[in-house]
Design a protein around this ligand. Sequence first.
Ligand SMILES: Nc1ncnc2c1ncn2[C@@H]1O[C@H](COP(=O)(O)OP(=O)(O)OP(=O)(O)O)[C@@H](O)[C@H]1O
Ligand SMILES: [Mg+2]
Length: 266
Amino acid sequence: MDILTIDNYSVSYDGQRSAVDGVSLSVSRGEIVSIVGESGSGKSTLLHGMLGLLPKGAATRGRLALFGREISEMPAGERRALCGSRVSMIFQDTGRYMNPIARIGAQYDEFLRIHGMRDGAARRDLQREMLLKLHLTDPERVLRAYPFELSGGMRQRVGIAMAMSLKPELLLADEPTSALDVTVQAQVIRQMLELRESTGTAIVLVTHNIGVAAYLSDRIGVMQRGRLVELGDSQELIEHPKHPYTRGLLEAVVEIDDERLIANHG
Ligand SMILES: Nc1ncnc2c1ncn2[C@@H]1O[C@H](COP(=O)(O)OP(=O)(O)OP(=O)(O)O)[C@@H](O)[C@H]1O
Ligand SMILES: [Mg+2]
């Protein structure tokens, strides 16, 4: 069974223009799919739709089913219970979703507790283990800190650690590493791959970085103006892009590389 089935799915915020326009995509267990495309092409809208997180006024058409259940027909309580346990979301700026006046450790602990971890010692061990995995080398300090006492990149890694803690079956990640420096970015990507290897987590990753997409994912989808204009095996799509827009994206990467080469050696 597919974990996620999207069939001819559209979203409109204003009842006129479609932010997502007739997208079809299925994600199976353990699969990693990256979504790339220019700013405003509907990537975040698609991801938010997957968790039923669209604002009230948004109108959707078509089908979007999680674990075989249509998301629009799921009671809010059931959807909330799914979030964090079977499905997790990493936002571009996870820090924004933290409580500014509670210590990181208290928030992390509460998150694990409401998702069913009853054993306090096990919760504490898991927090330390996950923070270390995300290269936060002094987990005690991080857990004692308030969100504002950490750098943006550290807060982001805490958010990623939390999202991965409960070994979700599906991890949705919206530009999770764009605020991180390159070495930390690589570490986060390794952790995502490890999570897939160890637990069979499927991942949908939105990224601007087509190089990251190619390295990490089984398939890549390319969005332009709300439409999924190309979807295919990563290697195949990079080597033989079919859609002119995909070719444009790849050429842009090559040009940036050329400029770097010239800057470094010229
Ligand atoms: N809450 C909202 N209310 C109204 N319009 C919205 C809302 N969120 C997004 N849009 C519009 O929907 C379209 C798609 O936006 P979306 O954020 O999904 O794009 P994106 O591909 O994630 O872009 P980026 O790469 O910049 O994050 C844009 O035209 C945007 O202005
Ligand atoms: Mg976005």
